[in-house]
Design a binder for this molecule. Sequence first.
Ligand code: SPV
Ligand code: MN
Length: 626
Amino acid sequence: MHDRFTEILRKKLSGDNYAKLMRLANRKLHRLIADAVELCEPASVFVSTDDPEDIRYIREKAVETGEEKRLAMAGHTCHFDGPNDQGRDKEVTKYLLKPGVDLGTHINATDREKGLAEVRGYLKGSMTGRQMIVRFFTLGPTRSVFSISGVQMTDSFYVAHSEDLLYRPGYEQFRALGDSPEYICVLHSAGRLVDGVSADVDRKRVYIDLEDEEVYSVNTQYAGNTVGFKKLSLRLAIRKADREGWLSEHMLLVGIRGPKGRITYFTGAFPSGCGKTATAMLPDETIVGDDLAYLRKIDGEVRAVNVECGIFGIIRDVNPHDDPVIWDALTKPGEVIFSNVLIQDGKSYWEGSGQDIPEEGVNYAGTWRRGKKNDNGKELAPSHWNARYTIRLEGLPNLDKHLDDPDGVVVGGIIYGGRDSDTWVPVQQSFDWIHGVVTMGASLESETTLATLGKPGIRAFQPMSNLDFVSIPLGRYVRNHLDFPGDITKPPLIFAANYYLKGKDGKYLNGMTDKHVWMKWMERRVHGEVDCARTPTGCIPLLDDLKRLFKEVLGKEYTREEYSSQFTLRTLENLSKLDRIEKIWRTEVSDTPEVLFEVLAEQRKRLEKTRSKFGDYVPPFEFAPG
Ligand code: SPV
Ligand code: MN
């Protein structure tokens, strides 16, 4: 058997590429690559090691093939995805399941045999005339209990280049793997290209084969659908975590400074486009990661690492005031890939930058000038809402020194936050771990954004901000969270945050920089240094502490009126939310742990009691110290 694969590889791979591959004595790898070669029929194969020369080749090819255009500033390039390829496409992203396997209604799945035939059919001959790139990565720090290995095959130099910024090199780790079959494999082809973009959008597919732990992606270029080690491997990592008793989460990881040089680490789960990167990149704090975290129990503590080592962030609204660190990284020389922004005279422009946008330029839809309409007669914005930048964390002034620490960092707190205009207060702490998992993580809702294709602004159930990626039954996923701390005596505190609360006039009640104050408050809570008031939904900050922190962090006066409007408990909205959440867990999920309903019922009782005593809207001053 093995000889047939070796034969295919020997025929297709040039001497040095063949040698680079054969240095990895892994039979499954040889089989996978030979299979991909036979299926996709590339003109040649480039095997990348961790050698800077190999990586330079990929970077240059991305420009040579036209997938990226060089911009005026050194190191900056721009890539465009097609007009129908501007976000993760949930409709066509499916798990391939064998007959009899049922993961529940929230999981988009299809029959494995049928799905494989379909996607492999689309991949057939897809790389004709192009080169296939094979790249190896390590998810999480190398030489660590957290590390997972991954191999990507792609015909896109943009994808391969992006991965170079986003993931730690893994060729050497693959050598150490020997013949082990324990790694994630992603096969991607951009498919037929017209003007450089994937043309067969109706044949776009992202299929995840749970049986062989292999991901197939075809007829798409958007990084969320193609960069294998972002959301594609997250789905497989969730299964591995389930088997092994740890957590694989859609979470940032940030260090927040406290008094006397102390740094306390937080993970934060926010759905896409809801302030996750901005929280991870707060000025004067330290970033470990902005999107994906693995959490494990080690020696009686919860520790976490960043799966990645770069940022693929939304660029809209990045401006010197709200995101000074990102702004700085994007406006000076260095390796940056912009995607789906507006380009004019070799310079990139995006909405919400606070800078003047030229009247014309080039964007993902071609030549653009103000007033240009799309096919539906709607005016085209200069840059897409989900336009992005890709950078390395390395070199950022706020990079945490533990990014590559094989032991990760100790997690002091976990934050759940969504885009919620009318229910949650800006920040609150759960009463305990179970209360936090149930009423914050498992009850998270968020208004949809354009990070995924579809209509924005619709309130959607988003447990742990991870719903799109959960690959095990949902009840089991929550059970894993409930059980996670086990015998740990001091698990991380759990908080809920809401940066998007609006007043009666429909205006946001908070500025975007206020999140910094909430983070500092949480940091003090982890160390028991500030008190709180106990409301039916959680513990909220006291006015005096916020006054002091607003002054210290933002140099701002914080008034009693602001506190009152932001922290008024909206009992009606909270009760409606409980109705919605309970209904979903009761009617749409078949394996919900019973304790979830008990904890929701207790919350309902507290809310009703408070409502009958104080009315529908209860100012924070009514609540006793907690
Ligand atoms: C997100 O949408 O959550 C992202 C970008 O982080 S991606 O998943 O890669 O589309
Ligand atoms: Mn994300």
